[in-house]
Design a protein around this ligand. Sequence first.
Ligand code: SF4
Ligand code: SF4
Length: 305
Amino acid sequence: MYRIRFHGRGGQGVKTAAQVLGTAFFAAGFEVQDAPRYGAERRGAPIFAYVRAARAPIHERGVIARPDLAVVADETLVPVPAAGVLQGLAERTVLLINSTESAATWRDRLKLTGPVLTLPVAAEATDRAELPFIGAACAGAAARLVGVIVRDALAQAIREEVGKLGATALERSLAQALAAYDAMAPHAGVVREAGEISALDYAPPEWIDVPTEDVRIAAPDIHGALTSERANTGLWRTLRPVIDYDRCNRCSWVCSTFCPDSAIKVEADHTPRIDYDHCKGCMVCVAICPPHAIRAVPERAKETA
Ligand code: SF4
Ligand code: SF4
């Protein structure tokens, strides 16, 4: 069975990448599962999707803990713990990262001994949450790396899964997917199928199993109050709001009131200050500031903002 995990940010087409690869596997005669996994978070938040493909009915369920191939659509996710990009990587797992840096650099940086490849597409965009058609490129690369999907099957899968988005999206997705497929030719078949996972290898998850008890005593009591600020949600940001204090008229309430994360504090002299540890980069403040005193800056350009 092939077990493949795609990592990206909401809005980058990771869910579609899994659908495309699943459809292409199906056309190649495989039994397939594909599913995305994300919460109620907004665009830009880390998400993942996974694909299982086997030559026999698939009885495994749930997220893939030990992938044969992990595809990272956005390299900025690698250091984000919540993204779980490196979770369960084994010596044999192939790691493919969309990055302009070399595979050797990533291997050294992450202290990995297994195969690492890079796919340098869409190097930098205005907004990383909108890396154009990166999902299609990831699907195309993955299709070539598994070595059992022919080019025409990939193209047909793109048509089936992306065609509904219109002719332009289809045309650009096809171009990206097929270019990535061709670029990965030297590594065709590098991803190897793994056998069934034995129940004897089962490792308990990192959560606490609560015993089944009468609901009157089993309902959780939360004793740790005010802990949400420990979640460093600023790591999710792809765009950074920057206040131009020459334009800000210290209206003192608009941006701080509308910020859904209470990440803008107003000081005693009515000056707004953004808490970048917790600002998720939703850009609501940019949209609603009356004198347009807040602008959006790509996160990677923050040093020059
Ligand atoms: S909404 Fe705009 S003008 Fe008002 S305090 Fe915020 S940045 Fe300043
Ligand atoms: S972008 Fe603005 S509104 Fe959104 S979380 Fe950050 S500070 Fe709040």
